[in-house]
Write a protein that binds this ligand. Structure first.
Ligand code: ADP
Ligand code: MG
Length: 283
């Protein structure tokens, strides 16, 4: 499953990435996730076209300027087809802009070849999707260990301890040995959150992570992400159709027809969460 290979950060090649200019660019140093000051994400005039060079070339992002600071918890909203997923894929280094600049932790993505992009993505970015993509034949703990295992290739106690700590953080210690297939939707999404955090990313990108959840589980999963962001300084960008959630983020970016229609700090800001204690509630 290609998506799994991508979001654990170990895809050997990324066919849709195209090639970066410059033969030696792959040797550009990739800084670790935490060593850089300045914005975690910076886009300058980013455009994206599909079908370039064909009769059906279509520009779907028309010049996007966005900055996300360390620890910022931002939402991305906009109608279906406005370009949210395309933008998330670009920020997540799963696709390249057609033009414009993209910096992740100060790294100019255009200067990196595909192998370096894959390394940067693996070290820096965690992904959470609407569908959790857990491996159903594995336990919660094994699912959380998976990205670390792929990164380090040999299981060890430290890896298991890290995964246990992450499951504790998402309130699932009691369920760590359950097969993921036997967990509720909210619990599965919590496991997916723990897995996204396994390699200590500085940025988590979440594409409608609560889209399949009921109201209670939505609150609980949202609060959990908010809490993790606040306690670890992880930057989050959350695509959501839920305006109630968007209002509770630090910043709301609204896309309309491939343009940033609004980009403002939320009035509710850091004031808090959707009202449910995340540890006690394990929906
Ligand atoms: P959203 O996530 O906001 O619903 P998308 O980013 O999925 O929007 O899509 C934005 C626009 O780009 C849509 O018109 C969609 O049809 C188009 N699009 C997305 N991916 C592709 C692709 N791979 N090839 C051609 N068009 C695409
Ligand atoms: Mg989408």
């Amino acid at each position: 499953m290609i998506q799994w290979r991508l979001y654990v950060g170990r895809a050997d090649n990324v066919n849709d990435m195209g090639s970066a200019p410059g033969k030696d660019s792959g040797r550009a140093r990739v800084d670790s996730a935490t060593s850089v000051s300045g914005p975690v994400v910076s886009l300058e005039g980013v455009k994206k076209s599909f079908g370039v060079g064909t009769l059906v070339e279509t520009e779907v992002l028309h010049g996007i300027d966005i900055k996300l600071e360390k620890g910022e918890f931002a939402s991305l909203i906009g109608p279906s087809g406005s370009g949210k997923s395309t933008l998330l894929n670009i920020i997540g280094l799963l696709d390249r802009p057609t033009s414009g600049k993209l910096f992740i932790n100060g790294q100019d993505a255009a200067a990196l070849d595909d192998a370096a992009i894959t390394r940067l993505r693996g070290r820096t970015i965690g992904f959470i999707f609407q569908a959790h993509y857990l491996l159903s034949a594995f336990t919660a703990l094994e699912n959380v260990m998976m990205p670390i295992l792929l990164e380090r290739s040999r299981p060890d106690d430290a890896m298991r301890d890290t995964a246990k700590e992450l499951l504790e953080k998402v309130g699932l210690t009691k369920w760590q040995d359950n097969l993921s297939a036997n967990m509720s939707g909210g619990q599965q999404q919590r496991v997916a959150i723990a897995r996204a955090l396994a390699l200590k990313p500085s940025l988590v990108l979440a594409d409608e992570p609560t889209g399949n959840l009921d109201t209670q589980a939505t609150k609980s999963v949202f609060n959990l992400m908010r809490e993790i962001s606040a306690s670890s300084g992880t930057t989050f960008l959350l695509v959501t159709h839920n305006l109630n959630l968007a209002r509770q983020c630090d910043r709301t970016i609204e896309l309309l027809d491939g343009r940033v229609e609004a980009n403002q700090k939320s009035s509710l800001g850091k004031q808090g969460t959707a009202g449910t204690d995340f540890v006690a509630d394990s929906h």
